[in-house]
Design a protein around this ligand. Sequence first.
Ligand SMILES: [Cu+2]
Length: 119
Amino acid sequence: MKRTANSAATLALFLLSGAAMAGPAADNPKDSNLQGPAEATTSATLPSVSGTVTKVDEATGKISIDHQAIPNLSMDAMTMVFKAADPDLLKAARPGDAVTFTADKVNGQLTVMTLKKDK
Ligand SMILES: [Cu+2]
């Protein structure tokens, strides 16, 4: 009995927080469908970007890259931190490496989708 009440409360909280985060879109079910295609974007369609690794943090899965313009993110050249889509991407990367990578926005975070060292 008590467990059921707890579960119901947890579910209610979950639903409430979800509605709060979704904001106005929660009132319009059609809006949630708009996120589908954007998230379905694959790395194959992303433009390759040149950059130089400035910092690698395997513990947090993040990498700093001094990068050229990223057309799909409407971003000019700069040095910034990205999340790595896969922690394995960081294993071969060292500060100072010239790399070619693709980046996208995943769950609101700028993320390196693919990364390879330039020869
Ligand atoms: Cu940037």
